[in-house]
Design a protein around this ligand. Structure first.
Ligand code: FES
Length: 576
């Protein structure tokens, strides 16, 4: 064997000239790995969320191969390993239930194996936060690499966006404006290439968070999965991670408080998903960074939405890339005092070095700061007696005329109750009402499903109603839209005031004032609270039981209480 000049974490396994070292190297050699790979060179773990049940990540075997090329070129030793993959469209009851479980899988895989640096292959919604959370708790040199969005959906000559047009077409079918056959005909047009949802939904938002946090390479967010430049990016990631290991640049040196501030503001500028609020709070919690729900309001309130992408606008991620992509947005932010320019990124340069000369090639897709697509891009945090710990609303996806609204509550106790009654012609509801959905929060669903953007009653859709105020403790898909109050905390199942709302109560929403108020006298609310009993537990055993007993509320990121924080990646005790 050759000299091992550098003491690395992996050396604790592969650098031993004894029976343990024999075992560690010998079994690896059954894969045809040459002896010189164990000479102390950086071992790079490629953490892969590939799965045929996660269609958005189904091209990740190819991406992983490209990363390996880069690692080998730079003198590293690539080792690919799988973690649980959460496929947004298929997995029941909701992938959010398993985000924290995947993060545990990632954390313990990194910690348990001889890995010096990590590449995280992320794409479909929860795969990005789950891998960032798990890796953050280990704090090795790390680069996240997104798989890229699908090509634009096109149906009968028009752009159609993942998720967004499912809601739109479904409403059109219910309103009698589209036949069921036409709806089904759009199915294949909606997803016509590898990649994740190509609207500015949660996956594209989180890919943009990766780039704006500096933990992904420059241009990570928007290159389509099918574009050959995505493969080049993967190869560059492979080369870069070896350098980060050699220089011992840890994740915590990149994902600083300033980097999170940049990401929160970027979310406003791109009109990003409300899910990013929960995910970034959870990732920050792993790194010991004191990011709070109120920071989303404080940092985001002056950020205009620059990006004209569905669900708030008309274009898609492929258009965004051709227009210049996220670097243009970051440049606009930097020129207008909204970017910590010195934040370090994984290519070794500052974020400003990366974007200061970015060019925009289509101002209809990426607007200039002085001529924004929408004046208000950030997430609005609402508080009041209905949400003492906060709730959120995405103004760029809401109807301006409903931002100040008072209406009669129509209450659905559970999602099953909603499904059973929403299209009942006798349901006592009109467009001025406020739809309230309970027991869909982290504990209540459990897992906090994306059901907050409740479809409107068919009879109102047929009248031409397109939006109503909706309030819940649930999340909504990043591809969805409407005047939807989400993440109400504490949730109903934890005894939050949402549990006390009854049919006929008056509710006031004041987005400008950040207020969500249940107009019921305090003594009446106390009477209702005294009579409230928690819903019976659904799951007596297993992971879900543990999840329900330990999950934090939405304003704290929905991590499990015992996972918050990090313990690094010390070498575990040798048990041989
Ligand atoms: Fe995977 Fe939308 S379903 S990103």
């Amino acid at each position: 064997m050759t000299d091992r000049k550098t003491k690395r974490r992996s050396t604790e396994w592969f650098g031993k000239a004894d029976k343990d070292g024999f075992a560690y190297r010998s079994w690896m050699k059954n894969q045809g790995i040459p002896d010189d790979h164990f000479d102390g060179r950086p071992v790079i773990g490629i953490c892969n969320t590939w799965s045929e049940l996660t269609p958005c990540n189904a091209h990740f075997r190819d991406i992983a191969e490209r990363v390996k090329h880069g690692v080998l070129e730079a003198g590293g030793f690539p080792v690919e390993f799988p973690v649980t993959s959460t496929g947004e469209t298929l997995m029941r009851p909701t992938t959010m239930l398993f985000r924290n479980l995947v993060s545990m899988d990632v954390e313990e895989s990194i910690r348990g194996y001889p890995i010096d640096g990590v590449v995280l292959l992320v794409g479909c919604d929860k795969t990005t936060p789950a891998l960032l959370m798990g890796a953050a708790s280990c704090d090795l040199p790390t680069i996240a690499l997104s798989g890229g969005p699908m090509l634009n959906g096109v149906y009968r000559g028009e752009r159609i966006g993942s998720g967004t047009h499912v809601w739109k077409f479904d409403a059109m079918v219910k309103a009698g404006e589209m036949t069921l056959e036409e709806f089904m005909g759009a199915e294949a047009c909606n997803a016509r290439s590898p990649g994740h949802c190509m609207t500015m939904g949660t996956a594209s938002t989180m890919a943009s968070m990766v780039e704006s946090l500096g933990i992904g390479l420059h241009t990570n967010a928007a290159i389509p999965a099918a574009d050959s430049r995505r493969k080049v990016l993967a190869q560059m990631v492979g080369r870069r991670i070896v350098d980060l290991v050699n220089k011992d640049v840890r994740m915590s040196q990149i994902m600083t408080r300033e980097a999170f501030n940049n990401a929160v503001r970027t979310n406003g500028a791109i009109g990003g998903s409300t899910n990013a609020v929960i995910h970034l709070l959870a990732v920050a919690g792993r790194l010991g960074i004191d990011l709070s729900l109120d920071d989303w309001h404080t940092l985001g309130k002056d950020v205009p939405c620059l990006v004209n992408l569905m669900p708030s606008g008309e274009f898609l991620m492929e258009d965004f890339y051709y227009a210049g992509g996220l670097p243009v947005v970051l440049r606009e932010m930097g020129e207008n005092g909204l970017l910590h320019k010195d934040a370090l990124t994984v290519n070794g340069r500052t974020i400003w070095d990366n974007v200061h000369d970015a060019e925009c090639f289509d101002r209809s897709v990426i607007h200039a700061f002085g001529d924004p697509f929408k004046d208000q891009g950030g997430i609005v945090v609402l508080r009041g007696n209905l949400a003492p710990q906060g709730a959120v609303l995405k103004p760029s996806a809401a109807s301006p005329e409903l931002m100040q609204h008072r209406g009669r509550a129509v209450v659905f106790e559970t999602i099953e109750d909603y499904n059973a009654r929403i299209d009942d012609p006798d349901l006592d509801i009109d467009e001025s009402c406020v739809m309230v959905l309970k027991n869909c929060g982290p504990k209540g669903y459990p897992g906090m499903a994306e059901v907050g953007n409740m479809a409107l009653p068919a009879k109102l859709l047929q009248k031409g109603v397109t939006d109503m105020v909706r309030i819940s403790d649930a999340r909504m898909s990043g591809t969805a839209y409407g005047t939807v109050v989400l993440h109400t905390a504490p949730e109903a199942a934890a005894g939050g005031p949402l549990a006390l709302v009854q049919d006929g109560d008056q509710i006031e929403l004041d987005v400008a004032g950040g207020r969500l108020h249940l107009d019921v006298p305090d003594d009446e609310l106390e009477r209702r609270q005294a009579g409230w009993t928690p819903p019976p537990p659904h799951f007596p055993r297993g992971y879900v039981n543990m999840y329900v007993n330990h999950v934090l509320q939405a304003d704290e990121g929905c991590d499990l209480d015992f996972l918050v924080g990090s313990s690094g990646a010390p070498v575990a005790r040798d048990i041989h």
